[in-house]
Design a protein around this ligand. Sequence first.
Ligand SMILES: Nc1ncnc2c1ncn2[C@@H]1O[C@H](COP(=O)(O)OP(=O)(O)OP(=O)(O)O)[C@@H](O)[C@H]1O
Ligand SMILES: [Mg+2]
Length: 241
Amino acid sequence: MSDKKPVLEFRNVNTHYGPVHILKDVNLRIHEGEMVCLLGGNASGKTTTLKTILGMVEPTTGEVVIDGVITNGMATAKVVELGVSMVPENRRLFKRMTVRENLEIGGYLRDDSLEEDFEHIFELFPRVKERLSQKAGTLSGGEQQMVAVGRALMARPKVLLMDEPSMGLAPVLVAQNFEIIQRINDAGTTVFMVEQNANMALSIADHGYVLQTGQIVLADTSAALLANPEMRKAYLGEVED
Ligand SMILES: Nc1ncnc2c1ncn2[C@@H]1O[C@H](COP(=O)(O)OP(=O)(O)OP(=O)(O)O)[C@@H](O)[C@H]1O
Ligand SMILES: [Mg+2]
């Protein structure tokens, strides 16, 4: 793993919202084909980390490197062109547009045919095919998640970012959703996923990082994190006796 070049890297990244220091000297290394999760409690800076990758938040110091290119200050559309796409927190579909239109927007940077991509998405989510002409706002939460993932895949990303994919889904849908994420990763897409459901995320990820008030406090393989007593107490729901 270590001799491969990272496809996504943070080098001592700091970010601020006005005077408030959010990310503090964050270092990340994600290699091609890996599935990596970023865990942490509310307000620890997880979404800010994803926004920093996408150029929606600019680091005050440090470097974001995507596929060998330093992307500090780059516009989001350019970052997407480098091969990064995101399934945002709460899906954020265009609710008054149809499912088909939402998917087409995901492919807006492409000038080739989208038909093959539609087929691929229908294979992953047969339900989406049945709902193509329905307004996205009328879909169930689980269906909206499928469309949000489909929309991100339409850009044919090298790196797929996901912000809390399990949020608001019933347990059976959470399990199905993680299965799909696993399949997307198996097919070669690098996945960087933010989750509060640490058990579930670590059960499919190769590596995990733990963020606490903007600092990475733990970074290890998923197996090591699952076995880590500190981790078990703070994030994996183990009760102290
Ligand atoms: N645009 C903004 N302006 C000012 N402060 C912000 C802004 N966006 C986020 N913050 C603050 O930055 C901190 C980190 O927010 P962030 O959304 O990254 O957390 P998070 O780990 O994703 O939390 P959650 O699990 O609740 O989604 C929070 O204290 C939040 O209030
Ligand atoms: Mg968040």
